[in-house]
Design a binder for this molecule. Structure first.
Ligand code: AP5
Length: 249
């Protein structure tokens, strides 16, 4: 399938931003997927591969919050300002703030090219709100991909992660190094280590996952949307597993 270039810029900006790269015509199949899994399991990495190959945009709430960090202090709403503090500590951002961000970007959920939700929903309240937004817009999810891996392997992935300060592309010092050390392959900007990849924040994020996000496994199982995928092996192996289990046309 021809990849439609993934346009993350409009999602990151929202408000009146217009997508600079909407699909010219609807693809044969619009995939509308949620990517679930513990912090660091590899959701973002898979979302990037899926986006390139399926043509659907990767929509990450974590990326939206990180992009807000680059705004001047006066340009951030009080809710967004508070969200950044939750994020650095590794805690979940309150549902109302997250849902405000999703509602501002509803047009991305209506896109005929489909979407890949990475990091949203993360609580049952968010999942119920998403259901309502999708129903109002007459679209429905194709599947929920639940990536699963033992926690010690996840921590190793997180400690080696580096992220592009501009386009948010994700690398790993050992498993997925950039072509030039510390420089993004896509946009040439500097790679950085995320503040919430420090050990104390990682522990808080794992606890938040267990308490608030794991219940979504049952939520989506009941709706017959859940597909659990082992997240061990190379990104390509996991992609092929995802394809075989969840992307049969
Ligand atoms: P978010 O950005 O969503 O972070 P997360 O869920 O913690 O997930 P990560 O981005 O850490 O990991 P990932 O699973 O995407 O793994 P990746 O592909 O990068 O959220 C950050 C924060 O924002 C939250 O803590 C919260 O405060 C807030 N937030 C966001 N959304 C929210 C919401 N809906 N509600 C409330 N709060 C919200 O991979 C990790 C590393 O492993 C990388 O270095 C990668 O290169 C490497 N890797 C990946 N796959 C493989 C592989 N197969 N083999 C070897 N290495 C691999």
């Amino acid at each position: 399938m021809n990849a439609i270039k993934n346009d993350r810029a409009a999602w990151l900006k929202a408000g009146k931003a217009v997508c600079s790269n909407p699909p010219r015509k609807a693809p044969a199949k619009a995939w509308r997927l949620v990517l679930l899994g513990a912090p660091g399991v590899g959701k973002g990495t898979q979302a990037e591969l899926l986006s390139d190959r399926l043509g659907a945009c990767q929509l990450s709430t974590g990326d939206v919050f990180r992009a807000a960090k680059c705004l001047a202090e006066g340009e951030r709403s009080p809710a967004l300002e508070a969200a950044l503090h939750y994020m650095v500590r590794g805690e979940l951002v309150p549902d109302e703030t997250v849902l405000g961000i999703i509602r501002e970007r509803t047009r991305c959920l209506r896109c005929c090219g489909g979407f890949l939700l990475d990091g949203f929903p993360r609580t049952v309240a968010q999942a119920e709100a998403l259901e309502a937004v999708l129903k109002n817009n007459k679209v429905s999810l194709t599947a929920v991909l639940n990536y699963d891996m033992p926690i010690d392997q996840i921590v190793a992935r997180l400690s080696g992660r580096r992220t592009c300060s501009k386009c948010k592309a994700v690398y790993h010092v050992a498993n997925k190094p950039p072509r030039v050390k510390n420089i993004c392959d896509h946009c040439g900007e500097q790679l950085i280590q995320r503040e919430d990849d420090r050990p104390e924040s990682i522990r808080v994020r794992m606890e938040a996952y267990e308490k608030s996000t794991r219940p979504l496994i049952d939520f989506y199982k009941k709706r017959a949307l859940l597909v659990t995928i082992k997240a061990e092996g190379s990104p390509e192996e996991i992609y092929q597993r995802t394809r075989a289990l969840a992307l049969a046309e």
